[in-house]
Ligand binder design. Sequence first.
Ligand code: PLP
Length: 421
Amino acid sequence: MNPSNHPAAASEPFSVRVADRVTRLPPYLFGRINKMIYDKRVAGDDVIELGMGNPSDPPEELVIEKLVEAARDPRNHRYSKSNGIANLRREVAAKYFKKYGVRLDPDAEVITCLGSKEGFSHMCLSLMGPGDTALVPTPYFPVHVYAVALASGNVIQLPVTDSDKFLSAIAHTCETLYPKPKLLLLCYPHNPTSVVVEQPFYDEVVRLAKRYNLMVISDFAYADVTFDGFHPPSFLSSPGAIDVGVEFTTMSKGYNMAGWRVGFCSGNRQMIQALATIKGYYDYGMFQAIQIAAIMALRHTDAAVERQSQIYQSRRDALCDSLARIGWEDARPKAGMFVWQPIPEPWRSRMSTMDFAMMLLDKGNVAASPGSGFGPDGEGYLRMSLVENEERLRQAVRQIKACLKEAEADYAGAPAETAAT
Ligand SMILES: Cc1ncc(COP(=O)(O)O)c(C=O)c1O
């Protein structure tokens, strides 16, 4: 008998049973906002988007020209090397030496990734497994938590805003948790809070990492976006850092190459080897023409990277000055692409951060990320990205002001029991 004609085959409908690692992922909190942005745009509304940190400016012309030239070379269309071409890895090592005084062996201590998010996720997969625990700063950039969860690891969240308390919490958790945590994740300039640290912080991290046998991953995505003469230190500059950890950098932010997917992991050779092993199974590396153009960007566009920081700094000032004029707290960051803005009273007490963000979008046509999308510790904040130009940012604040004035009037006019809910 043909198995598909068997009576049992007809009575049991086909079902897709996805893996637990997919079903145990938490719901995507920005889904509601993204749907409303989409619906509004379809309806013809002009939404000012301060949500994602998605750069809106193009890379330098010489980088694009190199990409075109390299794409015309038939030799660049084959599979490339999964760990990246040697000249690109050398350029990354050269930048580390020039900017941070860190010496890296480009063959063993640098690997290219398809954006730092891919590298970070696969690094978690190569280090973590069931029963392993990672310490993650909170509020968190979502992939910092989900990459550990996808690797079947557990996450312990440590509040990031006070760096001294963060260090004490690492020590305390390592002293008290059994089995001890295996991995510490750092991210400075931090997304979403824009918290920054100085080199002694990393010196202490290395000391703790050695004492408690804790591997460290530093996500340095905002290394190149810095303001007011501040230069964020590299974790790898601390003595002994390379014994305990790695650092991810990216061309997405400072070089305006987010869609190109060029990131790097540098540091501890055994950790890099573990990542290289996983990547060797999963991917064939980055399109070679992109790697060649990335070399040009690293070699010749330092001035443009600085100019881009200036642009973000002017946008930061336009946004923060305008918010201060309507009475909001000055939350000016020293680096990164975001303002981590406390929601002012009485709104903070009146409604959830998600409802507040939805109200600004619905009535004010301004999309900002609700802090609660970065975990419960983000409640009470909005993350506002600096990807729109200065005029649009000022306009966004005017729209927020008008929206809140209207909402206040509605609130005042509402019956008491409704106003209190
Ligand atoms: C903290 C942080 N890490 C990593 C990334 C991802 O960067 P990439 O484009 O290199 O994957 C982002 C992007 O927003 C980020 O904010």
